[in-house]
Write a protein that binds this ligand. Structure first.
Ligand SMILES: Nc1nc2c(ncn2[C@@H]2O[C@H](COP(=O)(O)OP(=O)(O)OP(=O)(O)O)[C@@H](O)[C@H]2O)c(=O)[nH]1
Ligand SMILES: [Mg+2]
Length: 288
């Protein structure tokens, strides 16, 4: 079974026998329904039509391959790998409530540990005690260290502790969990800025990624979240979770095209192995 098999496929290529105007029209509708966005959907269909006409392609299977190539190309923006240039490197996970931040950290911790890296979790969601307990369970599951404080502690203080511990213990990567927040809550956004300032002050040479975690089932709403967080927090990439069973996978292309942000990881379930580095070719094969 392929990693993205749980994604709902757009099966239109099986229901038409020729590249008719109706086909192109329905394809565009289906791409828009997948939350790819009207602009990117129109661009993709136009590129497909032009390519197939110019190269006299009539075969549906060939056309499907061409479209996969076009979509993979549209996903190809920014630096798609996780940037880990220093020891330690810091990766901050942010996003609205319940999108899968804590779970994602557990899964990525496991991936990095299996790559031979020394990983530390920082439990900077101090909003509720259950949050650091949840992250502790993941830390035990993957066998990585965790730095935490009591409920209500200053998240920036947790990050301060984690950076110092990571420096002392030659940790490669610190993964920072944060509380779910809406981009329009000023005090919570200030909290993220404070975390940023602590990182800059305590580890000016640290490479830092800020990954926005998005629930794929929220479709275009996720795109709005990305736009707003990008404006205020300097997002460097996206983690797209809950791609299992959704027909809204087109959101990955919308984000790449409209915001220029790469999807770095994709999640397809709750288990430890249900998240991987995002592979555009693999994704488009499951998508179309
Ligand atoms: N089906 C599915 N469920 C997921 C996926 N990723 C996370 N979840 C589930 O989503 C729920 C919320 O996950 P959390 O990791 O707690 O989300 P969070 O963003 O940390 O939530 P808050 O800290 O409350 O903001 C949990 O039940 C996870 O198991 C995924 O890729 N697919
Ligand atoms: Mg959480």
């Amino acid at each position: 079974m392929g990693f993205f098999d749980k994604l709902k496929k757009i099966t239109i290529f099986n229901t038409y026998t020729a590249l008719t105007d109706d086909f192109y029209e329905e394809l565009e509708d289906r791409l828009i329904l997948s939350d790819m966005g009207t602009g990117p959907a129109a661009t993709a269909v136009e590129r497909l039509r032009t390519h197939c006409t110019e190269n006299k392609i009539g075969d549906m299977e060939k056309a499907k391959e061409v479209l996969r190539g076009i979509l993979a190309d549209m996903l190809n923006v920014g630096d798609k790998r996780l940037i880990l240039y220093s020891q330690p490197s810091i990766v901050l996970f942010i996003g609205v409530n319940g999108v899968g931040k804590t779970t994602t950290i557990g899964k990525i911790g496991n991936i990095l540990k299996n790559e031979g890296k020394k990983v530390m979790f920082a439990a900077a969601d101090t909003f509720r005690a259950a949050a650091s307990e949840q992250l502790t369970i993941w830390a035990e599951r993957c066998g990585v260290e965790i730095v935490k404080q009591g409920e209500g502690a200053d998240p920036a203080a947790v990050v301060f502790d984690a950076i110092n511990a990571a420096n002392a213990r030659y940790t490669d990567v610190v993964l920072v969990d944060t509380a779910g927040r809406l981009h329009n809550k000023t005090n919570l956004m200030n909290e993220l800025n404070k975390i940023d300032r602590v990182i800059k002050r305590e580890c000016p040479i640290c490479s830092k990624e800020t990954l926005l975690v998005l629930d794929a089932t929220t479709g275009q709403n996720g795109l709005n979240q990305a736009r707003q967080f990008k404006d205020s927090c300097g997002i460097t990439g996206i983690v797209l979770t809950k791609l299992d069973g959704t027909a809204k996978g087109g959101i990955a292309i919308a984000i790449a095209q409209e915001l220029g942000l790469p999807v770095k990881f994709a999640g397809v379930g709750e288990g430890i192995d249900d998240l991987r580095y995002f592979d555009a070719d693999e994704f488009v094969k499951a998508f179309i």
